[in-house]
Design a protein around this ligand. Structure first.
Ligand SMILES: C[S@@+](CC[C@H](N)C(=O)[O-])C[C@H]1O[C@@H](n2cnc3c(N)ncnc32)[C@H](O)[C@@H]1O
Length: 192
């Protein structure tokens, strides 16, 4: 089968596997206990972490991962900020290249847009939403408010960076407002 767009139109860069990701065990547990075929991920970066792991799990099912990212970096990834990496100027090209190297082009659909634009553009009922975009309190609250209605009835809302105070405050505050329980372990959180 021919490679889908936008992958088919790029000249791949060499693989680069750097990842902001330590949630493999928790994600695998969710996949083992739930019937997960459609996943939305907010924040993919170069794809070396959550995209690669979740994409590989979905490939076995099979399933689809909608990778939503501006590929412009979060506020802490900008030049001069603590998480800046020079790959920022080529991060989308690197992401697409990595998906080709890791044989995930049939599973991962890149959606190059802001999280709040994607909620309007996509008409999908996901089984799981993984939030790892902008990490300010306000941004996490916006993401949760926007995306939670899609999983309210039967899906899972979870995310990264539970150890960040801004993320933890937003997740707890949102959970209280919806009378939900938060399960936080290491860097991972999920609502129940
Ligand atoms: C911490 S990185 C994601 C790391 C990735 N999940 C991993 O496992 O390696 C955060 C990403 O969120 C993206 N991002 C930040 N704000 C966003 C927004 N409002 N909409 C979409 N993507 C956003 C950035 O471009 C960046 O690639």
């Amino acid at each position: 089968m021919p490679m889908p767009q936008p992958y088919a139109s790029i000249r791949p860069m060499p693989e680069y596997a750097f990842a902001y990701y330590g949630n493999a065990n928790q994600i695998e547990e969710l996949f083992n206990k739930n019937d997960i075929h459609t996943v939305i991920e907010i924040g993919s970066w170069i794809g070396g972490g959550s995209t690669r792991h979740i994409g590989s799990l979905l490939k076995q099912r099979p399933g689809t991962l909608y990778a939503i990212d501006t590929w412009l970096g979060s506020s802490t990834q900008q030049p001069g900020q603590e998480h800046y990496q020079p790959i920022l100027k080529e991060v989308y090209h690197q992401f697409l290249s990595n998906m080709i190297h890791w044989d995930l082009t049939d599973v991962v659909i890149p959606c190059r847009m802001r999280s709040l634009e994607a909620i309007k553009a996509l008409n999908i009922q996901p089984d799981l939403i993984y939030i790892d975009g902008e990490h300010t309190f306000d941004a996490v609250m916006c993401d949760m408010n926007a995306w939670y209605p899609l999983v309210k009835k039967r899906g899972i809302l979870c995310g990264d960076d539970w150890t960040w105070t801004s993320v933890q405050d937003a997740v707890i505050s949102f959970a209280e407002s919806q009378q939900l329980k938060v399960i936080g372990s290491d860097n991972f959180w999920r609502l129940q």
